[in-house]
Design a protein around this ligand. Structure first.
Ligand code: 8YV
Length: 323
């Protein structure tokens, strides 16, 4: 069996594949391969480990005659045509759970950075603008006792809520389709409507998957319902917010600040106006980027491949292997 790996991945994945006599090819160039480029290559492969923004469309899946598994090295799978994979009998695996802590840390980091304008202050020092002490300058917002509103309270949102409740006694409200009993019981989280969440939250953090329903859901109208002192955090997918509307909301003072680990498109252009706003912090999609987490993600991605070839169910399935 042969597996194509779209990006350099932690060694642990390669060791696992080797131990199971599975051959692999790793794409090591520092640029994204397009679907069109990959389709002719894939005829020789039985599996693919996807890390990064490759579109795995119906056309792609139909063009890979031997493909048995698309193993995502991510929790998100918005770039995969799931319906097509189901119809074609191709398994799709992902890596949830192991990255929740690291991603929640990134959201927490962004929240602190925005609330104290930290990224902007850092740039100011580099620009030589640390000249004198002004007690009325550089003022941020405190988080103690404030309300955190989580849109899409799953594993990552839960870990962020734990951090915010633990460190700052923040009140947790959330908007989900279903009830999150664990969050209600352990953190006293309260489920509210989307509008109530927007109106009551001092911090709105989004943790939903990118779907046709969530695409662009944070737009002009939604930002206008938030508090003028509110901070918007997105560590989910850039497509969930409308970027021109976010820029306008920050420029007009509709909301106070924003912390983004995800942008649309990625990478973000260096001249994007968001990068020069004092109350904005942007990171280059590093939510899960710790050594521990990436090792754990790589191991699951490899195990999902191995289990497919062994005719077993996956460790984590989006589309289960037909055993
Ligand atoms: C990945 C992510 O780094 O898991 C996800 O959905 O966004 C990140 O952990 C990214 O998808 C690249 O594989």
């Amino acid at each position: 069996k042969r597996v194509y790996i779209t990006r350099t991945v932690p060694e642990v994945a390669l060791e696992l594949l080797k131990a199971h006599q599975i051959d692999y090819t790793v794409w090591t160039e520092k640029r994204h391969q397009t679907e069109e480029e990959l389709i002719p290559v894939m005829k020789d492969y039985d599996g693919i480990i996807v890390s990064g923004p490759l579109q795995v469309s119906r056309q792609f899946l139909e063009s890979c005659p031997d493909l048995r598994i698309v193993s995502m090295m991510s929790v998100g799978y918005d770039n995969v045509d799931i319906e097509a994979a189901k119809e074609l009998g191709i398994a799709v695996g992902n890596t949830p759970g192991v990255l929740s802590g690291a991603t929640a840390d990134t959201a927490f980091l962004l929240l602190l950075a925005v609330s104290r304008k930290a990224f902007h202050m850092h740039k100011e020092i580099i620009r030589g603008n640390w000249k004198f002490w002004d007690p009325t300058a550089n003022l941020g917002l405190e988080l103690k006792g404030k309300t955190l509103g989580i849109v899409g309270l799953g594993r990552i949102g839960f870990e962020l809520a734990q951090r915010c409740a633990g460190a700052y006694g923040m009140k947790i409200i959330y908007h989900n389709r279903g009830v999150n009993e664990e969050a209600e019981k352990e953190l006293g989280a309260v489920r509210v409507s989307f509008d109530e969440l927007l109106q009551q939250s001092d911090v709105v953090s989004v943790h939903t998957a990118l779907t046709p329903e969530t695409e662009g859901m944070f737009n002009k109208e939604v930002f206008s319902k938030m508090k003028p002192t509110a901070i918007f955090i997105n560590t989910a997918r850039g497509g969930v917010h409308n970027e021109p509307d976010l820029i306008a909301a920050l420029q007009n003072g509709t909301i106070w600040g924003a912390g983004l680990d995800v942008t649309n498109p990625e990478p973000m252009a260096a001249d994007n106006p968001l990068l020069n706003m004092p109350n904005v912090a942007v990171l280059p999609h590093i939510g899960s980027a710790t050594i521990d987490t990436r090792n754990a993600m790589a191991a699951i991605a490899a195990k999902n491949v191995i289990r497919t070839f062994e005719g077993k169910t996956l460790e984590h399935a989006v589309v289960e292997n037909r055993v």
